[in-house]
Design a protein. Structure first.
Length: 183
């Protein structure tokens, strides 16, 4: 079984794009952000793709791009928050790599997202949500995705934990349990 890819999944703002490059650098692998690859491929921001073509189109594009990336070797790949909701994507990742769930609580996601103007647009269109609306929406999405997130090979909570500590813990577990060595 090919296991020379590490996929980082988790809710929006769980730390995938921050932890990913640091983890990759620490183990001597390369890093890719699935959303960035899609943006480069289409010359559009994810928010624009959603608005212009809809979620169904985006998810199809996301699946195709993920399939291409699974042919790579020795990469840490951060996924979009909803990539894992597609059963084919989940199976593809489980076959070709180690799936790591960066868990964050609804409160943790709220703290990280509340001042980011681009991301809440994916959750609320252009409306400015109250804290209660924001948390309710986060909970709804998290609850829908939990059954997929729970199929990850490894789960680590990123709430109230410095990035460096999270990466150190991940590296220790990846080396011990998955025999990932530095390049």
């Amino acid at each position: 079984m090919k296991r020379d890819l590490i996929f980082l999944t988790g809710f929006m703002a769980s730390g995938k794009s921050t932890i990913g490059p640091i983890l990759a650098n620490t183990i001597g692998w390369d890093f890719l952000d699935l959303d960035k690859v899609i943006e480069e491929k289409t010359n559009k921001k994810i928010v624009e793709i959603f608005k212009e073509y809809g979620e169904e189109y985006f998810r199809k594009l996301e699946s195709e791009t993920l399939k291409e990336l699974t042919k790579l070797s020795k990469y840490v790949i951060s996924l979009g928050g909803g990539t894992i909701e597609n059963e084919d994507n989940l199976n593809q990742m489980k076959k070709s790599g180690i799936l790591v769930y960066l868990e964050t609580s609804p409160e943790g996601a709220y703290r990280r997202l509340r001042f980011k103007r681009d991301r809440p647009a994916l959750l609320f269109d252009d409306n400015e949500p109250t804290k209660e609306e924001f948390l309710k929406r986060i909970n709804t999405i998290l609850n829908r995705r939990l059954k997929y997130y729970n199929q990850a090979d490894l789960k680590i909570n990123t709430d109230n934990k410095p990035v460096g500590i999270t990466v150190d813990i991940l590296v220790k577990i990846l080396r011990k349990d998955f025999h990932i060595e530095e390049n």
